[in-house]
Write a protein of this length. Structure first.
Lengths: 391, 271
């Protein structure tokens, strides 16, 4: 029987990593990721988890150790935030190009400067194009479920790619929520033992990280791109089978109040729950408003997204990062591009908000909705608006 | 200069500080301000660059030029500053984690290049800011939030490291030894090249609590008893040394600093 536990989300995430029977954890502390790693260290110290736990000297080293561990076929986990991810950057690209199935929980936090420890998505957007599978969760239960999902997808021989689970820092990491724990049997059923596609093995030598001359580099990148695109059916399958095991159903693009919606908000991560309150309130007033949530960010679920917004007139994209000098936040720019070839494509209004933990309330989202309808409003005339700036 | 003048280096209006009661960071801040005042280095000729950590917040309470970069990189930023503005007195204030973990390579190379920087390391044996995880300087076997059954890794002596790397001045003291601390900082402010003053400091909230070192008074007594003069320490046999740490001046020499090396025989352009 699955039991419900009231627990801090970070601790539950660590418990899930334990239940996934991880072999190696390498990390360097950074707020707000710390509780996840500290709890893992505790589980290893008291003998509940038989894994190598190495708190190394930097994030660059953490991911490098993970590369080595995954290369010899161990189930491998790391966890970071913000500056830590920035410091990992060099190795992030190595992990995906070597097709190493590492799982990383990213407790999303803004990048310096100015120095901030609070939540937004500027960290993950900096590695958008790195070749990792990237998913977003909205609450504690979702992160618990997605730990198993992440290992399963990463290690699927048809995928064999590293996976990031994006978990909003503080807003999720530091809250206590009721979380339904899987029983170990369900975990074992859902997540088979790791059988790597290729490992460093003296009996069957391979080279990892070979030189790529101009004659082969393009082919290598094409293969990598295809690997990520082709992971989508396996990702969908992994969600479907999770539904069969635990009854919760996830998909790349999820909708809320979509029937008859003329305007939809597009959200990623925990703001989805706040926006859903605004949507309910607007619906109660008779406004034709709905919500589309992007759970899968990479590979981008193009068909699913187009399908979800087919009958919609207007999309309000909520971005939680700035693309300096670009044509909107990173999410909106992508959404516009995905819609470009569509007949009757909806218009896109882009609000960048909630930077570095700035509170954005249901009232604010209702205000954004009203602005997006008003002729002559800035949000209609400009590609994007950074919302709530004190001028 | 009268003693009270140390206040011109301290942003008194920003006090009280954010540090926990009993934290050593404020004591080190005052020692630094006193040393600057006694050395008569005016605030507008002084740069305080700090790392990221509780110790790094010292930078929030000083009145002089201030630079706050990223975790571990301070010495590299300041190498750039010193090459262009050699006349500024640069003090880098770093945590043990900042300089011995993530910033270890910059520490070694700054000492090797003998960059003209006064480096003060506040060693509280853990990463205070992020919740008391162990750092490379946490002693073997100690309890931290990432070593619940004792740290499994050996530690390293940053003073010896600075010595072999080529620093001009290397000393170690503790928060308990207030006058000595001020004197070492003052001495290092008078040097050219790379100076290190390691200050061992209590972190009552994490390190001392996890390791049951007791009240802040007991923590200070622990520093007083455990950190003995280097001369006495050197006379001990290896078994006796196990129970103590040394404090004192390890190195005091005058090798040419990076700037002198780079501009040997070349007339320095006027900026
Ligand atoms: C690249 C990066 N990784 C991790 C962090 C998180 N972080 C902030 S301070 C700190 C450690 C501080 O320890 P120490 O230098 O000993 O300073 P103390 O707080 O003990 O004074 C860490 C790991 C960061 N800011 N940047
Ligand atoms: S956590 Fe430790 S180092 Fe940080 S302010 Fe508190 S006592 Fe000082
Ligand atoms: Mg420290």
């Amino acid at each position: 029987m699955n039991k419900k536990v009231g627990i801090e989300v970070s601790l539950a995430a660590a418990d899930a990593v334990k239940m996934a029977n991880v072999d190696l954890i390498a990390a360097y502390p950074i707020t707000p990721q710390t509780h996840i790693v500290e709890h893992l260290s505790e589980l290893v110290a008291n003998g509940e988890l038989d894994a190598e736990f190495i708190p190394v000297e930097s994030e660059h080293s953490a991911l490098s150790v993970c590369i080595g561990s995954a290369a010899v076929g161990a189930r491998t986990f790391t966890c970071t935030s913000s500056q830590g991810l920035a410091l990992m950057n060099e190795i992030i690209f190595i992990a995906s190009s070597m097709r190493l199935p590492i799982v990383l929980i990213l407790a999303n936090r803004s990048l310096s400067g100015p120095l901030s420890i609070w939540n937004d998505h500027t960290d993950v957007m900096s590695i958008r194009d790195s070749g990792w599978v990237q998913v977003f969760v909205e609450n504690g239960q979702e992160v618990f479920d997605h730990v198993f999902f992440a290992f399963r997808v990463a290690e699927d021989p048809k995928v064999s790619l590293p996976v990031i689970v994006n978990l909003d820092g503080f807003i999720l990491t530091h809250v206590i929520e009721p979380i339904e724990y899987w029983d170990q049997e369900s975990v074992n059923k859902y997540l088979p033992d790791f059988k790597p596609v290729s490992t460093l093995n003296p009996d069957a030598p391979v080279t990892m990280g070979a030189f790529g001359m101009p004659g082969i580099y393009t082919e290598a990148k094409k293969a990598q791109d295809e690997a990520l695109i082709n992971s989508k059916p396996e990702i969908i399958k992994a969600w479907k089978e999770m539904g069969e095991v635990i009854g919760r159903r996830y998909s790349p693009v999820e909708t809320n109040n979509i029937e008859g919606a003329e305007t939809v908000f597009l959200t990623m991560g925990s703001v989805g729950e706040t926006v859903s309150i605004a949507v309910e309130r607007l619906r109660a007033q008779g406004e034709p408003v709905g919500q589309v949530k992007l759970r899968l960010w990479r590979p981008f679920p193009v068909e699913e997204f187009r399908e979800a917004v087919r009958n919609v007139k207007r999309i309000i994209v909520i971005d939680r990062a700035v693309s300096f000098g670009g044509q909107g936040g990173p999410v909106a720019a992508e959404i516009r591009s995905v819609l470009y070839d569509e007949e009757n494509r909806p218009s896109v209004t882009n609000f960048i908000c909630g930077l570095a933990g700035r509170d954005v309330t249901p009232d604010n989202y209702i205000d954004m909705y009203e602005k997006s309808l008003k002729d002559g409003d800035k949000s209609k005339e400009e590609d994007y608006v950074i919302y709530g700036v004190r001028e | 200069m009268p003693l009270a003048d140390y206040k011109q280096y301290v942003a008194m209006d920003r006090l009280p500080s954010i540090w926990c009661p009993g934290c050593g960071n404020g004591v080190a801040l005052k020692a630094l301000a006193l040393a600057l005042a006694e050395s008569e280095i005016p605030p507008d000729k002084t740069l305080l660059a700090n790392g990221i950590g509780c110790s790094g917040r010292v930078g929030d309470y000083v009145r002089c030029h201030r630079f706050h970069g990223t975790h571990g990189r301070t010495l590299a930023f300041v190498t750039g500053i010193k090459l262009v503005r050699p006349e500024i007195k640069a003090v880098c204030l770093l945590g043990d984690g900042d300089c011995s973990a993530i910033g270890m390579s910059h520490f070694i190379h700054s000492a090797r290049r003998n960059v003209d920087i006064v480096t003060i390391v506040i060693n509280n044996f853990n990463y205070g800011m992020t919740g008391g995880q162990f750092s490379p300087l946490s002693p073997y076997n100690m309890i931290t939030s990432t070593s619940r059954s004792g740290k499994a890794e050996p530690d390293i002596d940053m003073c010896k490291l600075a010595d072999v790397a080529g620093a001009n001045y290397v000393s170690r003291t503790t928060i308990y030894h207030v006058a000595e601390m001020k004197n070492y900082i003052k001495e290092s402010l008078g040097k050219k090249g790379f100076s290190l003053v390691e200050i061992v400091s209590p972190c009552p909230t994490y390190y001392a609590r996890y390791n049951k070192i007791g009240t802040i008074i007991q923590q200070l007594e622990w520093l007083k008893e455990k950190f003995i003069p280097i001369e006495r320490y050197n006379e001990m046999n290896n078994d006796e040394k196990e129970n103590f740490f040394w404090r004192g001046i390890l190195i005091n020499r005058d090798l040419p600093d990076l700037y002198q090396h780079m501009h040997k025989g070349v007339e320095v352009r006027k900026r």
